[in-house]
Design a protein around this ligand. Structure first.
Ligand code: GLN
Length: 492
């Protein structure tokens, strides 16, 4: 029998074993999400017609193909963050300035998922232009945490995290510039992977900060996240920052290989201000590794304390340049401003004031300022130097050989999911929510966020807590292997 809480692996077994068809399963997902999403607000658009059509086609293929030739993601229903382009459908980045924009091509990650016969259920909500940590900065709707509807799901990929956590999809895509996959995964008790900078093409993904952005998966298990990652990773001629790496065996799991990894625990990540329950859950996970015989070492990443300030110079600088293209003439204009009756300058001004919300505006102003002549060296150039020091901290502890560690284990966020409205008027406290996720982005490293306890044990009083495993550049196999070891052997 088909149930919505299947993992991707269960789903495949059922499909191949002819227990249900793709069309049946997809129908159940659409019925459920249309009903349930009124309450949760995860989706900005539901792609029902297209999804059902695709499911029919796939059933035909299923009946004519040897199961071994089908992709591991065959027929898998996925949700896509609405800053990733799917040709022929709207892509808003949750901003009014893109409300009527229709994508004219597929992002590379979408092209790859289409090639793997994935079915797209819909586009998910986010903070406007992926700027935020709660999904409250969406111009369109409020997304709620399925464990407690009065709380945020995290952000900016809140809709994607909720879609997976509430069993509205088997997997999802998000983007992580400063934590936007790992933090919502943590607030919603699912698995989220931020790949190494350069592992996944960003072609067709609305740019926030180009030296930091990466696209990655959400899933219920580490094994599922690894399957999605393997499918979307790889070099792409349309993204010059994508690297030529062989990902064929990245999802291969060998417990004895995971067992050899040396784990570092950074003392700077257990600072004052971290909620006691978060600390307890993360230390509990570390203890499980220790009792199982893993080598654990305390390490120091001394420049961690500068990461948030450094990020909030670099990100606004890059975002102000990236967002300059939304002028109300290209893409889609905001309705109700008469082009004929305004000068070009006023038209731009009106379009951007009406179309771009408070948080992106704040960052555009900040970014323009730190890049302006006279201030560039004092802010932007200095932040680049600090970024270098943060990277060097990691390089030192990741040194190969006896002295170094292979992976770092740390909390994802200092708190559990917070109440809707509790930080939205206070940008600074919202920024501080990213204190543990930002360093991996600044250093370009891969990082996996996974539940510290069995998600089935989470409820309103006992909200999810994730921890993260940070790895060296392009060593996704290590963090996925260790995450899977924890999930399958140690977590109870
Ligand atoms: N919360 C962070 C920010 O507001 C992260 C955003 C992201 O990763 N897209 O910038």
């Amino acid at each position: 029998m088909f149930t919505r809480n299947f993992t991707i692996k269960d789903y495949r077994q059922g499909l191949v074993g002819k227990k249900f068809s793709v069309a049946e399963a997809i129908g159940v997902f659409f019925d459920f999400l249309k009903k349930e999403d009124d309450k949760l607000g995860a989706f900005l658009a539901v792609l029902e017609g297209d999804g059902k059509e695709k499911a029919k086609e796939l059933d035909k293929k299923l009946s004519q193909t040897n199961p071994e030739e089908l992709s591991p993601l065959f027929g898998v229903p996925m949700a896509i963050k609405d800053n990733v382009l799917i040709s022929g459908f709207g892509t808003t980045a949750a901003s009014k300035i893109l409300e009527d924009y229709v994508a004219s091509y597929d992002a590379t990650v979408i092209r790859k998922l289409k090639g793997a016969d994935v079915v797209f259920l819909g586009k998910t909500n986010l903070d406007e232009f992926a700027m935020g940590a709660s999904t409250e900065y969406s111009a369109f709707k409020q997304t709620r945490n399925p464990y407690d509807l009065s709380r945020v799901p995290g952000g900016s990929s809140g809709g994607s995290a909720v879609a997976v956590a509430a069993n509205m999809a088997l997997g999802a895509l998000g983007s992580d510039t400063g934590g936007s996959i790992r933090q919502p995964a943590g607030f919603c008790g699912v698995v989220g992977l931020k790949p190494t900078y350069g592992a996944v093409s960003r072609y067709g993904v609305i740019a926030l900060a180009s030296s930091l952005d990466q696209v990655g998966p959400f899933a219920k298990t580490v094994a599922d996240a690894a399957l999605i990652f393997r499918t979307i990773a790889g070099q792409d001629k349309f993204d010059a920052t994508s690297a030529d790496v062989d990902w064929i065996a990245v999802d291969e799991y060998r417990p004895e290989e995971a067992k050899k990894l040396k784990i570092g625990v950074p003392k700077e990540y257990f600072i004052e201000g971290i909620e006691p329950e978060v600390k307890k859950a993360v230390l509990g996970a570390i203890d499980k590794f220790k009792k199982d015989g893993f080598e654990i070492k305390e390490i120091s990443l001394p420049h961690t304390k500068y990461a948030v300030s450094c990020y909030y110079i670099i990100l606004p600088a890059e975002a102000s340049a990236n967002l300059a293209r939304y002028d109300g003439i290209r893409y889609s204009p905001v309705a109700g401003i008469d082009k004929e009756k305004t000068s070009l300058w006023d038209y731009y001004l009106k379009q951007r004031s009406k179309g771009i919300g408070d948080e992106p505006t704040r960052r555009i102003l900040l970014g323009t300022f730190v890049l302006s002549s006279g201030y560039y060296d004092a802010y932007y150039a200095k932040a680049q130097k600090v970024r270098r020091l943060i990277l060097e901290d990691f390089e030192k502890v990741f040194e190969k050989g006896d002295r170094g560690v292979d992976v770092i284990l740390a909390p994802v966020s200092p708190t559990k999911a917070f109440a809707i409205g509790s930080k939205s008027d206070d940008p600074l406290s919202m920024y501080l929510a990213d204190i543990f996720t930002i360093p991996a982005n600044l250093a370009g490293l891969c990082a996996l966020s996974l539940p510290a306890a069995d998600p089935k044990t989470f409820n309103k009083e006992n909200l999810p807590v994730n921890f993260q495993i940070i790895g060296r550049h392009f060593e996704e196999r290590n963090i996925l292997g260790l995450g899977r070891y924890f999930e399958e052997e140690l977590r109870s």
